[in-house]
Design a protein around this ligand. Sequence first.
Ligand code: PGA
Length: 241
Amino acid sequence: MMTLSTPTVQVVAPETFGATAAEHIAATLRVKPDAVLGLPTGNTPVPVYAALLARRDVNFSRARVAMLDEYLGAGDRPISFYQWLRSHFLAAAAIAPERILRMPSDPEGIVAACAAYDRQLEQWGGCDLQLLGLGLNGHIGFNEPSSPGDSATRVVPLSASTRDANEEYWQGEEVPEFGVTTGIGVILRAKRIILLVNGARKAATLRQALDGPIGPDCPASFLRRHRDVLVLADRAAAGQE
Ligand code: PGA
């Protein structure tokens, strides 16, 4: 931490994006079968989980999973990120409940539950590999602009841009006003981080994260304080087409 290294950027063709990320995850589990994987939801990781599950040579039997974020009040509803992650990865990989660190979402007792999340993650030894998507506004998890670089896991108000981006996902229901997210300080304690970025519409945000000032205006810029970050970008996100 605090080494201000330049993240490695790996640029791939869009059709190999998922498989490339899957290979990084598979390599982590080969070295450490009980690795803790910090896993995001969203459109970006869809091909990653699909490619990972398609490989059939990856042993998930001891893998542990820490959820990156959740909507406040989502509970077990189909729209929750927990159910999303179950249907895209956890169920098919047969990750047992005791090996899943869920992001709390019950508004009652949420402050204590967030602290308990951070404690449990620490007891597990932290994330061996934290995967992240990149929000159009530079957010990582639900750490919206203005999030401090040392933040703990907590409830956050969602920005207008994030709520707009998630409108389609909520299919006509009102998008919640609050999310619960792994803090940036917690993300930065992961041993390795992979930021997944695809599509031309993320290109300017990625440029800002990599070349702009490090600070809360672009939360992803804080990743430059970590010594082992890989940015996996397709050509469009890397500004190469
Ligand atoms: P997306 O979301 O993968 O659906 O683009 C990324 C994010 O907002 O973190």
